[in-house]
Design a protein around this ligand. Structure first.
Ligand SMILES: C[S@@+](CC[C@H](N)C(=O)[O-])C[C@H]1O[C@@H](n2cnc3c(N)ncnc32)[C@H](O)[C@@H]1O
Length: 219
């Protein structure tokens, strides 16, 4: 099935609220568990970079999983960054800095990060190299990179089936966003091609009926 791009930013307030309130417990929990296994450094005390942080759930989960860490969390949507600032506890806000910025042009406070992670951003990007180039720009030698995203199903019926399976009880706006995100997602071969083009020798693995998990160490 041909890819159908969706708007890059999530700026509509109703959309932001629906996304923030949605039940992502299982995929977000699994994201952090897999990331912890890959990083293998419970005492990590540096600064990590979260690209396309949305309402900040993954940024907060990371900060809790690594209590000595700091996080720079970036999103191009003002509505998302405002939501993060309002909803994150005062304690976590001492360690998480929410930054309004658009990939790939964003200028970040540090020139390099030890850990870079990103969930559900890639499928939003009209030019996927935007993500891989930012990762390359802000990596140092040995930076651990973890990216999770949706995979595009092979037909519209499969996409509809995934929405029914995983978002049946969610509001209509979320079901619609999930459906269009599936249609906008990249396939495994497309992601592998993007990485080859970017010169990144990362490991790409399908981990569920709708998710791809990508890990790598910057050269
Ligand atoms: C589906 S949400 C994922 C949010 C979060 N990472 C999570 O897993 O809950 C994707 C986010 O990426 C942001 N985004 C999309 N394109 C972007 C770009 N070019 N630069 C910065 N943020 C972008 C959107 O505004 C949205 O908040």
């Amino acid at each position: 099935m041909k890819r159908l791009p969706e708007p890059e930013l999530m700026e509509d307030h109703a959309q932001v609220k629906a996304y923030a309130k949605a039940d992502f417990e299982i995929p977000h929990y699994q994201f952090i568990e897999r990331l912890k296994l890959f990083i293998n450094k419970p005492q990590f005390s540096g600064t990590a970079l979260d690209l396309g942080c949305g309402p900040g759930d993954i940024s907060c989960r990371f900060a809790k999983a690594f209590p000595l860490s700091k996080v720079h969390a970036v999103d191009g949507s003002e509505a998302m960054i405002d939501y993060c600032k309002l909803s994150t506890s005062r304690e976590l806000k001492t360690r998480i800095r929410f930054i309004l910025g658009m990939l790939p042009d964003v200028i970040l406070p540090q020139s390099g990060y030890e850990i870079i992670f990103c969930n559900s951003l890639l499928h939003h990007l009209h030019d996927p190299q935007g993500l891989w180039q930012v990762i390359k720009k802000y990596s140092r030698q040995g930076t651990r990179v973890v990216v999770m995203d949706l995979l595009r199903p092979d037909c519209l019926e499969s996409a509809q089936k995934l929405v029914k399976t995983y978002a049946l009880d969610e509001p209509e706006i979320l079901k619609r966003d999930f459906y269009y995100s599936l249609l906008a997602a990249y396939t495994l071969p497309e992601i592998k091609k993007q990485l080859t083009q970017a010169g990144l020798n990362f490991f790409v693995e399908q981990i569920s009926d709708r998710h791809v998990f990508i890990t790598g160490i910057a050269p």
